[in-house]
Design a protein around this ligand. Sequence first.
Ligand SMILES: *Cc1c(COP(=O)(O)O)cnc(C)c1O
Length: 254
Amino acid sequence: MAEPGNNEARLAGTSGEADTRSAQLTQRLAVVKHRIEAATAAAGRTDAPRLIVVTKFHPADDVRRLSALGITDVGENRDQEAAAKAAELAGMDLRWHFIGQLQSNKAKSVAKYASSVQSIDRLQLVDALAKAIAREQDATGRNDLDCFIQVSLDDDAGAHRGGAAPEAVGELAERIESAAGLRLSGLMAVAPLGADPEEAFARLAGISEALRGDHPDATGISAGMSQDLEAAVKFGATHLRIGSDILGSRPAVG
Ligand SMILES: *Cc1c(COP(=O)(O)O)cnc(C)c1O
């Protein structure tokens, strides 16, 4: 994608770096929204999937810029980074979605800012989140936590990108439903590397259908990233998690 140059900065009225970045985010966001609209129309869907912009590794200032562009849902995958950004941007109209591997001892921190946790993959984490949310609700009256069970779509355990085995979804769902401050939203998945995303998301749609048989309200399907959002929309994604196609490539992890 073309980098916006000085023209945009001048058009914005100043030559500041911040204005160039806002122009870049505006342009990339428009392209992604257009892709989502086209995919939604192609799938014959009338329900628009919700866009979660994944801001991991990018500064709080970028979240501010996105908020000014109308974005309300942001995704993060590391507690330390997410907690700092959420604290810095407290008071803004933002929902924080936790989408990364989560250690149980971070549940207490995540309960302070997260609107959803999309990476629930084991019973112990459900218990830790239930306890942390109960405490937080006593202290602040916060909302129930939206919970997505992350399901692994890998056949090959060696290529694992996280998530519970499909066979474990039922028990995890029961545990979430039985916890007072947790709301079972649905499923989350990442398409396996090197596999056909349509095949993966078709499989996810089947697992979701089975889950909804027992839990009719658990309609959420969080699937689709920059590379495969069209396939995800085609197979019923209700939430898309888009990072690099909006924010650009992430700096290498140090
Ligand atoms: C980073 C991340 C994304 C966003 O991926 P992009 O390819 O940058 O769009 C989505 N989901 C999860 C779980 C992630 O870790």
